[in-house]
Unconditional design. Structure first.
Length: 94
């Protein structure tokens, strides 16, 4: 797995190119094979998002990181993904 940190402008371009959404986002994932993928994170965006939502940056960052990992493992947004996130966040005290 590769973890890539990018500035907001590049994340916006990637989000537009691959998801047709003309705005930045916190994480994008690209599965390359069953056990290989890329996790693209925008730390500045995550920091702004945490501030806006009145969350601790470190906790929010780890939540987004975990969220991306679950996407790489094939999870889609929904109850099952939420359960895994909540359980993992408790285990890791995040």
């Amino acid at each position: 797995m590769e973890i890539i940190f990018v500035p907001d402008k590049l994340m916006r371009n990637l989000n537009h190119k691959y998801r047709r959404k003309n705005k930045s986002t916190n994480v994008l994932t690209f599965g390359l094979s069953k056990n290989l993928g890329e996790l693209v994170l925008a730390p500045d965006f995550i920091k702004k998002e945490a501030r806006k939502e009145k969350k601790d940056f470190r906790k929010h960052f780890w939540h987004i990181f975990l969220h991306g990992l679950l996407h790489l493992k094939g999870f889609r947004h929904g109850r099952e993904m939420g359960k895994f996130e909540n359980k993992a966040l408790k285990v890791f005290s995040v």
